[in-house]
Design a protein around this ligand. Sequence first.
Ligand code: ADP
Length: 519
Amino acid sequence: MPEAEPAERAEPAERAEPPPQPHIQPRPSLFVVHITPELAPVAKVGGLADVVFGLGRELEIRGNHVEIILPKYDCMRYDHIWGLQRIFDDLWVPWYGGAIHCSVYFGFVHGRKCFFIEPHSQDNFFNRGAVYGFHDDIFRFAFFSRAAMEFLWKSGKHPDIIHCHDWQTALVPVYLYEIYQPMGMRHPRVCFTIHNFKHQGVTGAQVLHATGLNRPDYYFHYDRLRDNHNPHAINLMKGGIVYANFVTTVSPRYAMEAKDQGQGFGLEPTLHIHHMKYGGVVNGIDYDVWNPEIDPHIPVHFGVETIEGKYADKKALRDRLLLADNEKPIVSFVGRLDPQKGIELIRHALFYTLGQGGQFVLLGSSPDGAINGYFWGLKRQFNDNPDCHLEIGYNEELAHLVYAGSDIMVVPSRFEPCGLTQLIAMRYGTIPVVREVGGLADTVIDKDFSHRPLNERNGYVFRDYDERGLESALGRAIACYYQYPDHFRELMKNAMRYDYSWNHPGQDYMNIYDYIRDK
Ligand code: ADP
């Protein structure tokens, strides 16, 4: 039974005892297991990897026991795994009526406790040199999800919460409630986080057969896994939504856009049916990694009170990229060169910035050869321009210097579930210029057009996905930089003062975990 409220327990004031302290209920710690295809920095493709690491760390700081299960990819950054050792060598995971033999490894990734699953089969699921991009991706991750559940079951782990991520691990709650709970695994509850509705894992019936979900008629039902549009396909993400105890996506705005504004890529009706267990939590960023006061990748550290240090980093960025040293603002873009990120507007930002007397830096890459080729062409075109540098590739360490050394960062996404780049930029006093969608709309407040107090405004926002839209915001940012440097500096400080750490989202997830545990 919960104890009585503090007010009811207050002693009479005349008693010579210390005044009653606000009563903080000691919260029982939870055992949380993340099942994930990505984890920063060992297996990172996008923001999902950062989220699992950052949230895992925050949950541990709050006294919970956190374990993370992921595939043992050949292409992992093994230099970031400490004490890797095989701890389980007899895991047989049901597959196509037989079973695949797996080993499980344990190691620490910057303090996080991680289990890596390694299947021994000719499918060679995770020794492909890349995390994604294969014809059998759906089978690779359907297998991994089953293997993770089988590992929990065989090793006798009964977490309070299983937290799974995106379509790759969406079958986890299906397995739990259809296979493992009937076997006796009654304790865990599942939180399913959708980082992007675009990729849902839509596939044929075969995967049911492979994974041991053996009643096709049952699973093909509209209320379960049947795709909302293709009656002959099943949709793994839909299964995750139907079966999980709670479904989150990575910002409240995106949660609304996905359910009500056509951004759910066909899952809108499913979200409506399950709206009572659906919500958005804005991601945090890891302040151990993204902190201009201690960042080992930037030559000069700075904070709100020592913001001058940023200009030394700007100089260092120019030196590194062979840009001219002048009075111009540096406008940058960091991210995947994906249509989602607004390729046309990224390109336009480059031309517009140069036309407005700025410098432009791009750090990005795409798995799509045509998009990469396009940006290589632009790079050649601007090869001799001292105000422009395009770095085509993935470079974590250079990213830190770009965040620190830039004045303005553009994020002109078509859609953006949360977006981390604008959060990191603001942490480094770099002013975001963003389109008003998803998490960008939730986190960036326009300097000139907002009802919020002046000291809460932290960037520039535009609405329409077109060149004029971008110019309306980027033009104001560059003009402010040149004409009102004091205002620009205040804006930088506002941005830096926000708390984008995992503190608030960590609390939100704890509340969700408590909520589903109590049900
Ligand atoms: P998404 O998950 O859609 O890729 P996010 O903005 O949520 O986008 O997260 C992107 C993360 O990946 C950020 O931490 C960003 O710094 C990093 N990143 C993206 N592209 C690159 C790159 N080419 N080099 C270094 N870091 C990158």
